[in-house]
Design a protein around this ligand. Sequence first.
Ligand SMILES: Nc1ncnc2c1ncn2[C@@H]1O[C@H](COP(=O)(O)OP(=O)(O)OP(=O)(O)O)[C@@H](O)[C@H]1O
Ligand SMILES: [Mg+2]
Length: 560
Amino acid sequence: MSSFPTQAGGVPVLVLKEGSNRSRGREAQHGNINAAKIVAESIKSALGPKGMDKMLVDNFGDTTITSDGRTILDEMDIQHPAAKMLVEIAKTQDNEAGDGTTSVVIIAGELLTRAEELINKNIHPTVIIDGYSKTAEKALETLEEIALPVDLKTQDFLKKAATTSMGSKIVAEHKDYLADLTVKAMLAVAEKQDGVYKVDVDDVKVEKKTGASIRDTTLINGIVLDKEIVQSGMPKRIEKAKIALIDASLEIEKTELDSKLNIESPDMIEAFLNEEEKMLNDMTNKILASGANVVICQKGIDDMVQHFLSRKGAIAIRRAKKSDMEKLAKATGGKIVSSVDAITPSDLGHAALVEERKIADDKMTFIEGCKNPKAVTLLVRGATQRMTAEAERSIHDALCVIRDLIQEPKIVAGGGAPEMEMARILRKYAETMPGREQLAIRVFADALESIPVTLAENAGLDPVDILTELRNRHEKGEKWAGIEVLSGKIQDMSKANIYEPLSVKKQIIKSANEAASMILKIDDVIASGKMKGPPMPPGGMGGGMGGMGGMGGYPGAGEY
Ligand SMILES: Nc1ncnc2c1ncn2[C@@H]1O[C@H](COP(=O)(O)OP(=O)(O)OP(=O)(O)O)[C@@H](O)[C@H]1O
Ligand SMILES: [Mg+2]
């Protein structure tokens, strides 16, 4: 480790604070690459339908059980700066594509491992980075070429891609049922503008409630609020609801300044209270005059207003979340108003039914039967909270996959088929390149093959046999040959109905290349003494993760 102070003409020059740590050149690269490799290794076993799940325990003892790449990395509370970059890249993948977070980390880890082998052969990292970036471009081109366009009029491919995405999750048993619901939900909120579809995953509200099975998950053409009606005297159900959405408080506002009221006689108290009541009554009447029979308020509702509304047979809900108010507006076609003075009949939203129902032990309010709703709700059920939480994550992936396909209606196969085809084309491409550049292209191809290899390994199949046969089949022109891990057979993945959106695969290549290049570019790591983090518990995450504790110990290569 070459840390400061350094010698300049025999005099030590102190530039960094005492306790700072510095590593340069190969040592820095080695430390970073190793850290990234450990992260990739630790989530490898979660890939694919036969992948294992991870149980993650946080500082409070709360456990999460998941096979979702991003969630695993998030919960691992990683401290090593280079390893953190992989966590970031998984997040990017999740935000951009919604699926493929495990794959991106595995490929990035492989790209780095192989880059290190090249560095050890004295190939400069810049040459590798350039080679990788050219190769990524060629790989993306290949993906475009093998992708097939899909017709969105039939929901067939949307369903198949959603099923594939959920097939590698704990909820796989119910993948067909859930895929059906997610496709219906996304199509309900998709809008065509100037010939192009616009669709937002956030328009599908996912509400969780335990106490039933995943099979009892339902799609509601409207919004479900985890709220009860404010007053027990109000009706529990109103058909043909006309809904006022208000983001102002339905109370008498307190003055900002402290003020004193001198009351000299009992009459004055009464007059004062009467005046207050009159104001609240006026407020209620203004709302009711618009024709509203349901009031959903983002802020509080005064008892008096509740009482007046109840007397007129109206329903009210208070303290709805801002995000729910926006969804309610989209679902019911109503407008959110900020002042009751301005409310008009045209501001009201419409729903066939507003009803409070008891779900498990809680009361929830359903605003449903909305005509052409632009926001809908999936009410996710499951036996335990952990189950509903994992179901929500899996549904999120599926919703993203459907969005990706709606926005770019092109698919590729799963099961390692596109990775094998890219690898084949890349090896051919390498032959056209001069010596040194070939090396980076070849190792990129090897890194892509880690996907079918890992899928096979996780299914307990022999990865060497599978890889050899897949290479042969692709050489013979079977572009869609992959490994179907449920049956353990190598086959045309379109026959197995394993499809994935082209955009997810493209994003995997882009993100993995970006992460690998970013880490390879670093040749100097300076860790200030202050940054020392708490060391990981002995024998912590993933066996080898103990070595990743705190910047203080970083990047002692010997620790890994
Ligand atoms: N029946 C199947 N046979 C073979 N491979 C499959 C099958 N179903 C899915 N796959 C493959 O599994 C991989 C996806 O696995 P998984 O969902 O665990 O990881 P990810 O999508 O990379 O990350 P995450 O879903 O955690 O964000 C894809 O390569 C997909 O093609
Ligand atoms: Mg996935």
